[in-house]
Design a protein around this ligand. Structure first.
Ligand code: SAM
Length: 225
């Protein structure tokens, strides 16, 4: 199969199952503001939403907001009483995201913190927030191992940690690669494998964003403790 065929299938899935006015408007606003089109794909956005609903997630930490496309899906899933904290480096991205979240009717349950995540995460942790039920990591890929470590500190048994863009066009399997994003992906897998408090896998994906995939980890332990 070719990338064009994957994109055709993606389009059909979006048209039949995924598309709605608010998320389409967010993507249009991102394009109008000339943000890079590096949001999760619509089927993956809806998958995050369904997953969060299935796990009855109420508190989400997102690292990497862009224009808030994935944030809208996650904010819908947590419901009116839930909360999403999303971390973004670029003030312009955060501003576009704020507009999109408000237009989508979920702005009241989303806090955007602007700055480098490795600076804002210690501040967040210092506030001793209630544990997050789901952490979605989708920012600068080279820091993914650091973000997984922070996610571990901010979650509880049963929480889910997802790291996006791990497969990188198959580069994940290349032990000789000197691409820093691939090296970081491999470091994430090694960390997930070595960390006794996490149980994890990786799912590969294809579609209009090409060939990629995400790591999916659950924090071990009794969620009722
Ligand atoms: N999750 C978004 C979505 O699917 O709609 C896409 C996020 S995009 C792949 C990555 C975002 O991370 C960009 O907006 C970028 O500015 C931001 N970013 C890059 N480095 C960062 C850092 N050190 N701290 C926080 N955000 C960062």
């Amino acid at each position: 199969m070719t990338t064009a065929e994957w994109a055709d299938v993606d389009r059909y899935i979006v048209d039949t199952l995924v598309q709605d006015e608010e998320t389409a408007a967010a993507l249009a606003a991102n394009a109008a503001a000339e943000l890079p089109a590096i949001d999760v794909s619509p089927p993956q956005g809806k998958f995050l939403y369904l997953l969060a609903r299935t796990a009855r997630v109420r508190r989400v930490l997102e690292i990497g907001t862009l224009g808030g496309y994935s944030t809208i899906w996650l904010a819908r899933a947590v419901g009116e009483k839930g909360q999403v904290v999303t971390l973004e480096f670029e003030p312009k991205h955060a501003e576009v995201a704020r507009g999109n979240l408000d237009s989508a009717g979920v702005g009241d349950r989303v806090e955007i913190r602007v700055g480098a995540a490795l600076d804002t995460l210690p501040v967040l942790a210092g506030e001793s927030p209630d544990p997050f039920d789901l952490v979605f990591i989708d920012a600068d890929k080279v820091n993914n191992p650091n973000y997984v470590q922070w996610a571990l500190r901010l979650t509880r048994p049963g929480s889910v940690i997802i790291v996006d863009n791990i497969v990188r066009n198959g580069g994940l399997a290349d032990a000789t690669s000197d691409d820093p994003a691939i090296t970081a992906s491999r470091a994430v897998l090694e960390l997930l494998a070595a960390e006794p408090t996490l149980d994890a896998t990786v799912l590969q994906t294809v579609g209009n964003k090409g060939w990629d995939g995400f790591a999916y980890a659950v924090v071990n332990g009794d969620p009722t403790d």
